[in-house]
Design a protein around this ligand. Structure first.
Ligand SMILES: Cc1ncc(COP(=O)(O)O)c(C=O)c1O
Length: 345
């Protein structure tokens, strides 16, 4: 019996049609800008985000880190949410690769508190590291795939511009945010100077992310991508999947959001589970175990016996279920039932 995999939307596999497009891709050496498929993907990404230019990069982490390095110099300060992916899950790259200080901003549901940002802006006099960049994340992964409202993004962007600070958006799941808000991606991208989005999460491509920004920014990003070892050769093989993903997958994300809702509704009110329904806005459900001796790791092991995969840590009561094109509605409801039953017993 196949596994139902709720660990992440990064586990999606290319469809048959996507594999055909990959096999037929026209390629060239992208370092010479000779790969027509990569060139087309970059054109398409720039168009969708309404930025001047775009660049294909191997991963979301590399995309974020290239942007941070392009915006800053060692000793500068960047501001970001306490639970930002860039801060928690990118292996300390901001310090290692860009030599920047990180100033953390709190905020419920991944929404950075504008008052804290204002109070903590550093002027860059002789004593302080200057605030050079503010990084936002939409949707917000750790908060549970929550959507940062456009009003908050606009406020932060305007404040940044008044203070000559750039804004980067970790938009790994910007298409999920746009789906939830029922708007175009470019309406979100309007409130940042650079952004990264992933092709290899809910959009289902096997590899790759895009950086978008001005021509000058992307020129600089291209040099840093080379420095980081991320400049590829016949990457049209990968870009073809990216184009296919951008052209076909965004309308399908709503089904993943609906599955997340169905899962949360099925478990809401369970005596051993806490779910904050307000956080269930896109394709994730954060579950907190209560009144049970089981931890995330125990539950993960027990569900694995029923062919359900989900991450869970030793000693932690928090678990995250992620919904994507490779889990069906039936698998969603079966997983809710299995989790409910094993916590009853
Ligand atoms: C919000 C966010 N940003 C960036 C990344 C990094 O993407 P990648 O795994 O391609 O490095 C992830 C990955 O899960 C993410 O959730």
């Amino acid at each position: 019996m196949p596994y139902a995999d709720f660990r992440s939307d990064t586990v999606t596999k290319p469809t048959e049609e996507m594999r055909k497009v990959i096999a037929a891709a026209e390629v060239g050496d992208d370092i010479y800008k000779d790969d027509p498929t990569v060139n087309e993907l970059e054109r398409l990404a720039a168009e969708l985000t309404d930025k001047e230019a775009a660049l294909f990069v191997p991963s979301g982490t590399m995309g974020n880190q290239i942007c941070i390095k392009a915006h800053t110099a060692p000793g500068d300060e960047i501001m970001l949410h306490t639970d930002a992916h860039i801060y928690i899950f990118e292996a300390g790259a901001t310090a290692a690769l860009s030599g920047v200080m990180t100033r953390l901003i709190d905020g419920e549901y991944g929404v950075m508190d504008i008052c804290q940002i204002k109070a903590r802006l550093q002027p860059g006099d002789m004593h302080h590291a200057p605030t050079r960049l503010i990084c936002m994340e939409n949707t917000h992964n750790v908060a549970g795939g929550t959507v940062v409202p456009l009003e908050n993004m606009r406020e932060i962007y305007n404040l940044a511009k008044e203070n000559d600070i750039n804004v980067h958006l970790d938009g790994a799941r910007i298409f999920n945010a746009a789906t939830a808000l029922n708007i175009e991606v470019k309406e979100i991208a309007a409130y940042c100077d650079s952004l990264m989005f992933c092709l290899s999460k809910g959009l289902g491509a096997p590899v790759g992310s895009m950086i978008c920004g001005t021509h000058a920014f992307i020129e600089r990003a291209m040099v840093i991508r080379k420095m980081f070892g991320g400049a590829l050769r016949q990457s049209g093989i990968l870009a073809a999947a990216g184009i296919y993903a951008l052209q076909t997958m965004p309308p399908l994300l709503k089904a993943d959001h609906d599955n997340a809702q169905a899962f949360a509704s099925a478990l809401y009110g369970h005596k051993h589970i806490d779910i904050d329904l307000h956080t269930v806005q896109t394709n994730m459900v954060n579950v907190v175990l209560k009144g049970t001796s089981l931890d995330g790791s125990d539950v993960s092991n027990l569900l694995r016996e029923k062919n359900i995969l989900v991450n869970g840590d030793k000693g932690s009561k928090k678990m995250r279920f992620v919904f994507h094109r490779d889990v069906t509605k039936t698998q969603t409801l079966e997983a809710a039932e299995a989790l409910s039953a094993l916590l009853q017993s």
